[in-house]
Design a binder for this molecule. Structure first.
Ligand code: FAD
Length: 280
């Protein structure tokens, strides 16, 4: 069972628990991006099992008519085994999502820099084949991202811009927060100017969200705000109430421990919250 302190950030161990959370979110006008926790598998059977779970999930989402989509990690569905395993499993999930009655959207998370090329290539193939029913994440901290955005601007499908969660080498990544914030804004400007299928702002940073709102007013480009479960949830509901499209990234599954500690480590407030819960 997930202890109460972790259940702030993780919707439950089962898809049923996650779907109940989605129902509550939808009632508040917030959509969901479901992620079954798991990554870095080197065993094909594990990767196949999680891909099977996503196939079942997209079918269940259509049956329940929920405002929800899925986000998959390449190393969860086979990239740690082989490029072919990743591609086969991703194709299965995208096909099931496109065939489902709800036309479920499939996001592909971005992992460390060694996986960027294979992830973008897979996105491109499915974006073209499905006419834009898939999305991919790009990271502002990577110096290559400006060029990647130019390639992505010509493709159908959506792109989520995040600051970047991986500790990348200095030669290929911006390391200072101020620099990452500066390029994040620069990339948002490019995306609002050049992207036809909308922009996804994957950030809790009020400065970035307000910047995106200003760019929307200037260019008219559609955009959505994406934040994690357990982070600025009141703001998520308020933004949805104000008419913005907000989607919450909702992790679930029995591999919640590592994810929870990552959330605790990345922010002092989260660590204090966890400590207070343990002491009480
Ligand atoms: P930060 O720079 O961490 O914080 C800026 C400001 O935001 C803070 O000063 C504060 O005002 C506010 N804020 C941030 N956190 C909190 C909090 N806990 N409580 C209150 N206020 C807060 N990374 C990847 O590398 N690959 C991915 O595929 C990926 N997918 C993501 C999907 C989503 C939906 C989101 C939201 C993030 C994703 N990330 C991903 C993580 C991302 O790269 C960042 O590490 C993470 O979002 C932290 O950056 P930030 O923009 O939220 O703001």
């Amino acid at each position: 069972m997930i202890p109460p302190i972790a259940s702030n950030f993780v919707a439950g161990e089962t898809s049923d628990a996650a779907l109940s959370h989605v129902e509550t979110l939808n009632a508040d006008g917030v959509g969901a991006i479901l992620n079954l926790l798991g990554e870095h598998y080197h065993d094909r059977a594990e990767a196949d099992a999680d891909a099977d779970a996503y196939v079942e999930l997209v079918e269940e989402l259509a049956r329940r008519d929920l405002d929800a989509c899925v986000s998959v990690k390449p190393s969860q569905i086979g990239l740690g085994v082989s490029d072919a395993a990743f591609e086969e499993n991703l194709a299965r999930i995208v096909e099931a999502a496109s065939a489902s009655e709800g036309d479920c959207f499939v996001w592909i998370d971005m992992e460390d820099h060694e996986t960027t090329d294979v992830t973008l290539d897979a996105f491109e193939r499915h974006a073209v084949e499905t006419g834009g029913e898939v999305g991919v994440c790009v990271q502002a901290n990577l110096k290559r991202t400006r060029e990647d955005l130019e390639r992505l601007a010509d493709l159908p499908g959506k792109v989520r811009l995040v600051k970047g969660a991986y500790d990348e080498p200095k030669a290929i990544a911006h390391k200072k927060k101020a620099k990452v914030d500066e390029v994040y804004k620069e990339y948002l400007e490019f995306m609002f100017r050049e992207f036809d299928d909308g922009v996804a702002v994957g950030s809790h940073d009020p400065e970035m969200v307000e910047y995106a709102m200003d760019l929307h007013d200037e260019h008219g480009t559609d955009f959505e705000i994406q934040m994690l479960m357990g982070v600025r949830e009141e703001a998520q509901v308020a933004l949805a109430g104000a008419g913005y499209e907000v989607n919450q990234y909702v992790p679930y599954g029995n591999k919640w421990m590592q994810y929870f500690y990552r959330r605790v480590r990345e922010r002092k407030e989260n660590a204090l919250f966890a400590l207070r819960a343990v002491l009480s």
